[in-house]
Ligand binder design. Structure first.
Ligand SMILES: NC(=O)c1ccc[n+]([C@@H]2O[C@H](COP(=O)([O-])OP(=O)(O)OC[C@H]3O[C@@H](n4cnc5c(N)ncnc54)[C@H](OP(=O)(O)O)[C@@H]3O)[C@@H](O)[C@H]2O)c1
Length: 314
Protein backbone atom coordinates (compact mmCIF):
# COMPACT_ATOMS: atom_id res chain seq x y z
CA UNK A 1 0.00 0.00 0.00
CA UNK A 2 0.99 3.66 -0.39
CA UNK A 3 1.87 5.56 2.78
CA UNK A 4 3.14 9.03 3.69
CA UNK A 5 6.16 8.82 5.97
CA UNK A 6 9.10 10.87 7.17
CA UNK A 7 12.56 9.73 8.19
CA UNK A 8 13.65 12.82 10.13
CA UNK A 9 12.09 15.81 11.89
CA UNK A 10 11.53 18.85 9.69
CA UNK A 11 9.30 20.91 7.39
CA UNK A 12 6.89 19.40 4.87
CA UNK A 13 9.98 18.69 2.73
CA UNK A 14 10.66 15.59 4.83
CA UNK A 15 7.29 14.05 3.88
CA UNK A 16 7.44 11.40 1.17
CA UNK A 17 5.32 8.53 -0.18
CA UNK A 18 6.55 4.97 0.04
CA UNK A 19 5.22 1.49 -0.69
CA UNK A 20 4.89 -0.64 2.43
CA UNK A 21 3.01 -3.79 3.51
CA UNK A 22 -0.57 -3.48 4.82
CA UNK A 23 -0.62 -3.34 8.64
CA UNK A 24 -1.04 -6.62 10.51
CA UNK A 25 -4.19 -6.55 12.61
CA UNK A 26 -4.53 -7.69 16.24
CA UNK A 27 -7.60 -9.57 17.57
CA UNK A 28 -9.22 -6.39 18.96
CA UNK A 29 -8.51 -4.29 15.88
CA UNK A 30 -10.21 -3.51 12.59
CA UNK A 31 -8.44 -2.93 9.30
CA UNK A 32 -9.86 0.15 7.60
CA UNK A 33 -9.40 1.21 3.98
CA UNK A 34 -8.79 4.91 4.57
CA UNK A 35 -10.91 7.30 2.48
CA UNK A 36 -9.92 10.51 4.29
CA UNK A 37 -7.77 11.74 7.13
CA UNK A 38 -7.83 15.19 8.68
CA UNK A 39 -4.91 17.47 9.43
CA UNK A 40 -4.34 18.66 12.99
CA UNK A 41 -1.70 21.12 14.31
CA UNK A 42 -0.40 18.21 16.39
CA UNK A 43 0.73 16.52 13.13
CA UNK A 44 3.25 19.24 12.35
CA UNK A 45 4.24 19.79 15.98
CA UNK A 46 5.26 16.10 16.09
CA UNK A 47 6.89 16.24 12.64
CA UNK A 48 8.95 19.28 13.59
CA UNK A 49 10.23 17.50 16.70
CA UNK A 50 8.40 19.85 19.10
CA UNK A 51 6.85 16.91 20.97
CA UNK A 52 9.89 14.63 20.94
CA UNK A 53 9.56 13.82 24.63
CA UNK A 54 6.24 12.10 23.95
CA UNK A 55 6.54 11.05 20.30
CA UNK A 56 10.05 9.62 20.59
CA UNK A 57 12.60 9.89 17.79
CA UNK A 58 12.10 6.54 16.08
CA UNK A 59 11.70 6.67 12.28
CA UNK A 60 10.01 6.20 9.89
CA UNK A 61 6.92 7.96 11.23
CA UNK A 62 3.51 8.25 9.58
CA UNK A 63 1.41 11.37 10.15
CA UNK A 64 -2.27 12.16 10.80
CA UNK A 65 -4.42 10.96 13.67
CA UNK A 66 -8.11 10.82 12.77
CA UNK A 67 -9.59 9.18 9.70
CA UNK A 68 -12.71 7.84 8.00
CA UNK A 69 -13.01 4.85 5.71
CA UNK A 70 -14.49 1.44 5.01
CA UNK A 71 -13.91 -1.65 7.15
CA UNK A 72 -11.87 -4.17 5.19
CA UNK A 73 -11.37 -6.85 7.86
CA UNK A 74 -12.20 -7.36 11.53
CA UNK A 75 -10.13 -9.01 14.28
CA UNK A 76 -11.34 -12.23 15.93
CA UNK A 77 -12.65 -10.54 19.10
CA UNK A 78 -14.34 -7.57 17.45
CA UNK A 79 -18.11 -7.26 17.81
CA UNK A 80 -20.51 -4.60 16.56
CA UNK A 81 -18.50 -3.70 13.46
CA UNK A 82 -18.56 -5.63 10.21
CA UNK A 83 -16.73 -5.72 6.92
CA UNK A 84 -18.02 -2.99 4.58
CA UNK A 85 -19.16 -0.62 7.37
CA UNK A 86 -18.44 3.06 6.78
CA UNK A 87 -16.61 4.23 9.88
CA UNK A 88 -14.49 6.98 11.35
CA UNK A 89 -12.01 6.82 14.18
CA UNK A 90 -8.71 7.73 15.72
CA UNK A 91 -5.49 5.96 16.66
CA UNK A 92 -5.04 4.88 20.29
CA UNK A 93 -1.63 6.42 20.90
CA UNK A 94 -1.63 9.75 19.07
CA UNK A 95 2.07 10.30 19.75
CA UNK A 96 3.29 7.00 18.30
CA UNK A 97 0.69 5.85 15.75
CA UNK A 98 -0.64 7.58 12.63
CA UNK A 99 -2.99 7.06 9.72
CA UNK A 100 -1.43 8.47 6.56
CA UNK A 101 -1.71 5.31 4.48
CA UNK A 102 -4.20 3.43 2.33
CA UNK A 103 -4.97 1.05 5.21
CA UNK A 104 -4.83 1.46 8.97
CA UNK A 105 -5.30 -1.09 11.78
CA UNK A 106 -7.02 0.46 14.80
CA UNK A 107 -8.54 -0.62 18.11
CA UNK A 108 -12.25 -1.37 17.72
CA UNK A 109 -13.14 0.85 20.72
CA UNK A 110 -11.92 3.91 18.80
CA UNK A 111 -13.89 3.24 15.61
CA UNK A 112 -17.50 4.43 15.19
CA UNK A 113 -20.12 4.14 12.45
CA UNK A 114 -20.13 7.16 10.15
CA UNK A 115 -23.50 8.96 10.04
CA UNK A 116 -24.93 8.59 6.54
CA UNK A 117 -25.56 12.32 6.19
CA UNK A 118 -21.91 13.40 6.46
CA UNK A 119 -19.02 12.82 4.08
CA UNK A 120 -15.84 10.85 4.80
CA UNK A 121 -13.98 14.17 4.96
CA UNK A 122 -16.40 15.54 7.56
CA UNK A 123 -16.32 12.34 9.62
CA UNK A 124 -12.49 12.32 9.61
CA UNK A 125 -12.66 15.85 11.05
CA UNK A 126 -14.52 14.82 14.22
CA UNK A 127 -12.37 12.75 16.62
CA UNK A 128 -9.40 14.90 17.67
CA UNK A 129 -10.90 18.40 17.76
CA UNK A 130 -14.47 17.27 18.45
CA UNK A 131 -13.55 15.33 21.57
CA UNK A 132 -11.20 18.11 22.65
CA UNK A 133 -14.19 20.48 22.48
CA UNK A 134 -16.28 18.06 24.57
CA UNK A 135 -13.41 17.83 27.09
CA UNK A 136 -13.26 21.64 27.27
CA UNK A 137 -17.00 21.77 27.87
CA UNK A 138 -16.68 19.22 30.69
CA UNK A 139 -13.93 21.32 32.32
CA UNK A 140 -16.10 24.45 32.18
CA UNK A 141 -18.64 22.96 34.61
CA UNK A 142 -22.07 24.60 34.81
CA UNK A 143 -22.43 27.16 32.09
CA UNK A 144 -25.43 29.11 30.86
CA UNK A 145 -26.55 32.51 29.57
CA UNK A 146 -24.83 34.28 32.49
CA UNK A 147 -21.41 32.77 31.64
CA UNK A 148 -19.14 35.08 29.66
CA UNK A 149 -16.71 33.00 27.64
CA UNK A 150 -13.87 34.20 25.44
CA UNK A 151 -12.88 31.72 22.73
CA UNK A 152 -9.58 32.94 21.28
CA UNK A 153 -8.88 31.30 17.89
CA UNK A 154 -12.52 30.41 17.38
CA UNK A 155 -12.90 29.23 13.81
CA UNK A 156 -10.30 26.49 13.38
CA UNK A 157 -11.33 22.87 13.91
CA UNK A 158 -11.47 22.98 17.72
CA UNK A 159 -13.32 26.31 17.80
CA UNK A 160 -15.87 25.15 15.23
CA UNK A 161 -17.00 22.30 17.49
CA UNK A 162 -16.65 24.27 20.72
CA UNK A 163 -18.73 27.27 19.62
CA UNK A 164 -21.58 25.05 18.47
CA UNK A 165 -21.53 22.97 21.68
CA UNK A 166 -21.44 26.13 23.82
CA UNK A 167 -24.36 27.53 21.86
CA UNK A 168 -26.46 24.56 23.02
CA UNK A 169 -25.89 25.80 26.59
CA UNK A 170 -26.81 29.38 25.72
CA UNK A 171 -23.43 30.72 26.90
CA UNK A 172 -22.52 34.32 26.15
CA UNK A 173 -19.62 33.78 23.74
CA UNK A 174 -17.08 36.29 22.48
CA UNK A 175 -15.14 34.76 19.59
CA UNK A 176 -11.74 35.99 18.44
CA UNK A 177 -10.94 35.15 14.85
CA UNK A 178 -9.75 36.87 11.69
CA UNK A 179 -12.11 38.87 9.49
CA UNK A 180 -13.00 35.91 7.25
CA UNK A 181 -14.14 33.90 10.29
CA UNK A 182 -16.65 36.48 11.51
CA UNK A 183 -19.74 35.13 9.73
CA UNK A 184 -18.92 31.54 10.75
CA UNK A 185 -18.34 32.49 14.40
CA UNK A 186 -21.70 34.27 14.51
CA UNK A 187 -23.50 31.41 12.82
CA UNK A 188 -21.93 28.91 15.22
CA UNK A 189 -23.03 30.77 18.34
CA UNK A 190 -20.83 33.79 19.13
CA UNK A 191 -22.66 36.82 20.49
CA UNK A 192 -19.72 39.10 19.81
CA UNK A 193 -16.81 38.62 17.37
CA UNK A 194 -13.42 40.32 17.47
CA UNK A 195 -10.84 40.36 14.68
CA UNK A 196 -7.46 39.61 16.23
CA UNK A 197 -5.72 41.45 13.41
CA UNK A 198 -7.52 44.70 14.27
CA UNK A 199 -8.41 44.54 17.97
CA UNK A 200 -6.44 43.67 21.06
CA UNK A 201 -8.68 41.53 23.19
CA UNK A 202 -6.35 42.00 26.15
CA UNK A 203 -7.11 45.71 26.34
CA UNK A 204 -10.55 44.94 27.82
CA UNK A 205 -11.62 44.94 31.47
CA UNK A 206 -11.86 41.73 33.52
CA UNK A 207 -15.15 40.54 32.06
CA UNK A 208 -14.76 36.83 31.44
CA UNK A 209 -15.73 33.81 33.55
CA UNK A 210 -13.85 31.55 31.16
CA UNK A 211 -11.07 32.20 28.67
CA UNK A 212 -10.01 29.40 26.33
CA UNK A 213 -6.99 30.07 24.15
CA UNK A 214 -7.05 27.93 21.02
CA UNK A 215 -4.44 30.06 19.31
CA UNK A 216 -1.84 29.23 21.97
CA UNK A 217 -0.78 32.87 21.88
CA UNK A 218 -2.21 34.41 25.08
CA UNK A 219 -1.09 32.24 27.99
CA UNK A 220 -2.45 32.19 31.55
CA UNK A 221 -0.36 35.06 32.93
CA UNK A 222 -1.52 37.51 30.26
CA UNK A 223 -5.11 36.27 30.20
CA UNK A 224 -5.51 36.94 33.95
CA UNK A 225 -6.09 40.64 33.26
CA UNK A 226 -9.34 39.95 31.39
CA UNK A 227 -10.57 37.22 33.78
CA UNK A 228 -13.01 37.76 36.69
CA UNK A 229 -11.64 36.88 40.17
CA UNK A 230 -12.80 33.23 40.08
CA UNK A 231 -12.53 32.68 36.34
CA UNK A 232 -11.03 29.69 34.50
CA UNK A 233 -8.28 29.77 31.89
CA UNK A 234 -8.41 26.66 29.70
CA UNK A 235 -5.15 25.77 28.01
CA UNK A 236 -5.20 23.17 25.21
CA UNK A 237 -1.56 23.81 24.26
CA UNK A 238 0.29 23.12 27.51
CA UNK A 239 4.01 22.51 27.87
CA UNK A 240 4.70 19.37 29.95
CA UNK A 241 5.76 21.56 32.91
CA UNK A 242 2.36 23.35 32.89
CA UNK A 243 0.59 20.20 34.03
CA UNK A 244 2.02 19.89 37.58
CA UNK A 245 2.51 23.65 37.97
CA UNK A 246 -1.10 24.48 37.13
CA UNK A 247 -2.40 21.81 39.52
CA UNK A 248 -0.26 23.09 42.36
CA UNK A 249 -0.91 26.77 41.63
CA UNK A 250 -4.68 26.25 41.53
CA UNK A 251 -4.64 25.26 45.22
CA UNK A 252 -3.69 28.83 46.12
CA UNK A 253 -5.35 31.11 43.55
CA UNK A 254 -8.81 32.24 42.51
CA UNK A 255 -8.19 32.37 38.77
CA UNK A 256 -7.58 28.76 37.77
CA UNK A 257 -5.30 27.46 35.02
CA UNK A 258 -6.82 24.28 33.60
CA UNK A 259 -4.86 22.14 31.17
CA UNK A 260 -6.81 20.30 28.48
CA UNK A 261 -5.53 16.93 27.39
CA UNK A 262 -8.25 15.14 25.51
CA UNK A 263 -8.40 11.44 24.87
CA UNK A 264 -11.16 10.46 22.42
CA UNK A 265 -13.78 8.07 23.80
CA UNK A 266 -17.12 6.62 22.79
CA UNK A 267 -18.88 8.67 25.50
CA UNK A 268 -17.55 11.92 24.02
CA UNK A 269 -18.11 10.79 20.45
CA UNK A 270 -21.75 10.05 21.30
CA UNK A 271 -22.15 13.68 22.42
CA UNK A 272 -20.76 14.78 19.06
CA UNK A 273 -22.85 12.35 17.02
CA UNK A 274 -25.97 13.54 18.78
CA UNK A 275 -25.00 17.16 18.06
CA UNK A 276 -24.35 16.30 14.39
CA UNK A 277 -27.80 14.70 14.25
CA UNK A 278 -29.23 17.95 15.62
CA UNK A 279 -27.52 20.07 13.00
CA UNK A 280 -23.94 20.71 14.21
CA UNK A 281 -22.05 21.81 11.10
CA UNK A 282 -18.67 20.39 10.12
CA UNK A 283 -17.01 22.85 7.79
CA UNK A 284 -14.29 21.28 5.67
CA UNK A 285 -12.46 24.22 4.17
CA UNK A 286 -10.41 22.28 1.63
CA UNK A 287 -9.94 18.68 0.56
CA UNK A 288 -6.64 17.65 -1.04
CA UNK A 289 -6.01 14.43 -3.00
CA UNK A 290 -3.53 11.92 -1.56
CA UNK A 291 -0.95 12.95 -4.16
CA UNK A 292 -1.27 16.55 -2.93
CA UNK A 293 -0.39 15.73 0.69
CA UNK A 294 2.53 18.13 0.82
CA UNK A 295 0.41 21.05 -0.46
CA UNK A 296 -2.25 20.05 2.09
CA UNK A 297 0.18 20.33 4.98
CA UNK A 298 1.70 23.57 3.64
CA UNK A 299 -1.80 25.03 3.34
CA UNK A 300 -2.90 23.94 6.82
CA UNK A 301 0.29 25.08 8.52
CA UNK A 302 -0.04 28.52 7.00
CA UNK A 303 -3.42 28.99 8.73
CA UNK A 304 -6.13 31.37 7.59
CA UNK A 305 -8.75 28.68 6.92
CA UNK A 306 -12.10 27.97 8.57
CA UNK A 307 -12.85 24.54 10.06
CA UNK A 308 -10.74 21.64 8.83
CA UNK A 309 -8.32 20.64 6.07
CA UNK A 310 -8.56 17.04 4.88
CA UNK A 311 -6.61 14.63 2.64
CA UNK A 312 -8.71 12.15 0.66
CA UNK A 313 -7.56 8.79 -0.67
CA UNK A 314 -9.39 7.26 -3.62
N1 LIG B 1 -4.90 19.42 24.26
C1 LIG B 1 -5.67 18.75 23.41
O1 LIG B 1 -6.20 17.71 23.75
C2 LIG B 1 -5.87 19.31 22.03
C3 LIG B 1 -6.71 18.66 21.12
C4 LIG B 1 -6.90 19.24 19.86
C5 LIG B 1 -6.22 20.42 19.52
N2 LIG B 1 -5.38 20.98 20.43
C6 LIG B 1 -4.66 22.22 20.13
O2 LIG B 1 -5.62 23.28 20.13
C7 LIG B 1 -5.19 24.29 19.22
C8 LIG B 1 -6.34 24.61 18.27
O3 LIG B 1 -6.58 23.49 17.45
P1 LIG B 1 -7.27 23.65 16.02
O4 LIG B 1 -7.26 22.33 15.39
O5 LIG B 1 -8.53 24.41 16.13
O6 LIG B 1 -6.17 24.59 15.29
P2 LIG B 1 -6.40 25.56 14.06
O7 LIG B 1 -7.43 24.95 13.17
O8 LIG B 1 -5.07 25.89 13.54
O9 LIG B 1 -7.07 26.87 14.73
C9 LIG B 1 -6.34 27.84 15.42
C10 LIG B 1 -7.09 29.15 15.28
O10 LIG B 1 -6.38 30.21 15.96
C11 LIG B 1 -6.48 31.38 15.17
N3 LIG B 1 -5.39 32.32 15.49
C12 LIG B 1 -4.12 32.37 15.02
N4 LIG B 1 -3.44 33.40 15.58
C13 LIG B 1 -4.32 34.01 16.41
C14 LIG B 1 -4.20 35.13 17.28
N5 LIG B 1 -3.07 35.83 17.40
N6 LIG B 1 -5.27 35.46 18.02
C15 LIG B 1 -6.43 34.77 17.93
N7 LIG B 1 -6.60 33.72 17.12
C16 LIG B 1 -5.54 33.33 16.37
C17 LIG B 1 -6.38 30.86 13.76
O11 LIG B 1 -6.94 31.81 12.86
P3 LIG B 1 -6.21 32.09 11.44
O12 LIG B 1 -5.99 30.75 10.84
O13 LIG B 1 -7.18 32.94 10.73
O14 LIG B 1 -4.91 32.79 11.76
C18 LIG B 1 -7.20 29.57 13.83
O15 LIG B 1 -8.56 29.81 13.56
C19 LIG B 1 -3.96 23.74 18.50
O16 LIG B 1 -2.79 24.28 19.07
C20 LIG B 1 -4.03 22.25 18.76
O17 LIG B 1 -2.76 21.62 18.74
C21 LIG B 1 -5.19 20.46 21.66
Amino acid sequence: MKAIVYQQFGTTNVLQTVEEPKPVMKADQVLVKVKAFSINPMDWKIRKGEMKLMSGSKFPKHTGTDFAGIVEEIGSSVIGIKKGDEVFGVVKNMMKEAVSAEYVAVTDSLVWKKPANISFAQAASIPVVGTAAVTALEKMGNIGPQTNILVNGATGGFGMFLLQLLKQHGANITAVTSNQGTAFAKKWGAYSVKDYKKENVLSQKATYDIVIDLSGKIGYKTAKQIMKPKALFLNPTPKPIDIPISLLGNLFRGKKHIVILSSPSTKQTDVLLSAVKNGLEIEVNKVFPFAGFKEAYDYAEQGGYIGKVVVEIN
